[in-house]
Design a protein around this ligand. Structure first.
Ligand SMILES: Nc1ncnc2c1ncn2[C@@H]1O[C@H](COP(=O)(O)OP(=O)(O)O)[C@@H](O)[C@H]1O
Ligand SMILES: [Mg+2]
Length: 308
C-alpha cells in the first residue's frame, strides 16, 4: 500500500532523504524511527504530496505521488507534526470543514463526522472550541482530521510527541484498531521504545538513509553480536577479572567482590563456550546470566548521532 522507491530530496547541500526504499503491505503498521533531522518529516511530506522528490518516486496504493497526486490524496490521510491554531472554531466545525474540503456531502458527511468523533472519543467535546483542547485532545482531533475521508493509508508524523502516558496508550490502541480494520499506517518517532509495541516493522533512519529495516525482534537480534554478562564467583571475582582481561572477546570488565560484569562479543552459543572455559579454568561459577541489549542500546548502536 505504501512504497518508497529510491527516494531522494535535497535542500541545497543537505541530503534530507538519500535513496530511501521500503514498502508497507496492507494492514501493517510501519514505525519510522530516527533522531531529529533524520529526514522523517521530509519523506512523509512527499508521501502526502506536499513536497516533491528530487529523484525517485513513492506510491500509495500503486499511484505515484509525482504523477497522480490527486488519486494519492484521496487514499491517504496525513497527520502533520504541528497543529495550526484556529480561533472561534469548535471540534465539529473543524472536522466538518475538512469533510467538505474532501467533497463529502449530505448523509455521507454526517456519517463520517459521527464515526470519526466517536472513534477518536471526541463526541462529548463536539461543541468545544479547539483552542481550549488539551494536547492529547488536539492530537486526537488531528488524527480525526486525517481519517475524515476514510483513507486506506495513514501517515502520522510524531503523533505521540508530548503526550502523557495515558494519552499515549489511547493513541496506541487507536492505531492498532485502525490496522485491524485494514488501514496501512506509517508512523514516525525519534523514540524506538515508544513505537516498538505497535509496529509490525520498523525502519531506522539517520542522515536521510535507511540503516535497518525489520521487525523489532529481527533488528534486536542482528544487533545482538554483543551481550552484557553478569557472573558471580564464590570467594571473589578478582582472579576472573585478570583471566577475562587477557581475552579478545571480552570488554568493559567491572569487578566488585564476587561479581563480575562484562561485555562479551558473540552469540548465545559463544557464551556457553565461555562459561565452559571458566569452569574448566577452575573458577567457582555460582551464577552466569546474560542480558539482551535494550531497545535504546540497539537504537544507539544502529544510529551514529551525526547531524548535517
Ligand atoms: N524546507 C527545508 N529547507 C532546508 N532544509 C530542510 C527543509 N526541510 C528539512 N530540511 C533539512 O532536512 C533534514 C531532514 O529534516 P526532517 O525531514 O525535518 O527530519 P526529521 O523529521 O527526521 O526530524 C534536516 O537537516 C533539515 O534541516
Ligand atoms: Mg520531523
Amino acid at each position: 500500500m505504501i512504497e518508497l522507491r529510491n527516494l531522494h530530496r535535497t535542500f541545497g547541500s543537505t541530503r534530507a532523504v538519500n535513496d530511501i526504499s521500503f514498502s508497507v503491505p496492507k494492514g501493517h503498521v510501519f514505525g519510522y524511527i530516527g533522531p531529529n533531522g533524520a529526514g522523517k518529516t521530509t519523506s512523509m511530506r512527499i508521501l502526502a504530496t506536499l513536497d516533491q522528490p528530487t529523484a525517485g518516486d513513492a506510491f500509495i496504493d500503486g499511484f505515484s505521488v509525482v504523477n497522480d497526486p490527486d488519486r494519492v490524496r484521496y487514499r491517504l490521510g496525513f497527520m502533520p507534526d504541528y497543529f495550526g491554531t484556529y480561533a472561534n472554531v469548535n471540534v465539529r466545525e473543524y472536522l466538518d470543514f475538512f469533510a467538505r474540503a474532501y467533497g463529502l456531502r449530505g448523509k455521507d458527511r454526517t456519517r463520517s463526522l459521527s464515526y470519526v468523533m466517536s472513534f477518536t472519543k471526541l463526541d462529548t467535546l463536539a461543541e468545544k472550541p479547539i483552542s481550549g483542547l488539551s494536547k492529547g485532545m488536539k492530537q486526537r482531533l488531528c488524527l480525526g482530521r486525517a481519517l475524515i475521508h476514510n483513507p486506506a493509508v495513514l501517515v502520522l508524523d510524531e503523533p505521540a510527541a508530548g503526550l502523557d502516558p495515558r494519552a499515549r496508550i489511547q493513541l496506541r490502541e487507536m492505531i492498532r484498531a485502525l490496522a485491524a480494520h485494514g488501514k496501512t499506517v506509517l508512523i514516525s518517532s525519534h523514540i524506538l521504545t515508544e513505537l516498538a509495541e505497535m509496529c509490525d516493522t520498523v525502519g531506522i533512519i539517520e542522515l536521510g538513509r535507511l540503516l535497518a529495516v525489520g521487525s523489532v525482534n529481527d533488528i534486536q537480534k542482528t544487533q545482538q553480536h554483543q551481550a552484557r554478562v553478569q557472573t558471580q564467583i564464590l570467594g571473589g571475582a578478582a582472579a576472573l577479572g585478570e583471566w577475562l582481561a587477557a581475552r579478545d572477546d571480552v570488554h568493559s570488565v567491572e569487578i566488585s567482590g564476587e561479581s563480575a560484569i562484562f561485555l562479551h562479543d558473540g552469540d548465545r552459543q559463544a557464551e556457553v563456550g565461555l562459561l565452559k572455559e571458566m569452569i574448566q579454568a577452575g573458577f567457582a561459577v555460582a551464577a552466569f546470566g546474560s542480558q539482551d541489549k535494550s531497545l535504546e542500546e540497539v537504537f544507539l548502536d544502529v544510529t551514529r548521532g551525526h547531524v548535517q
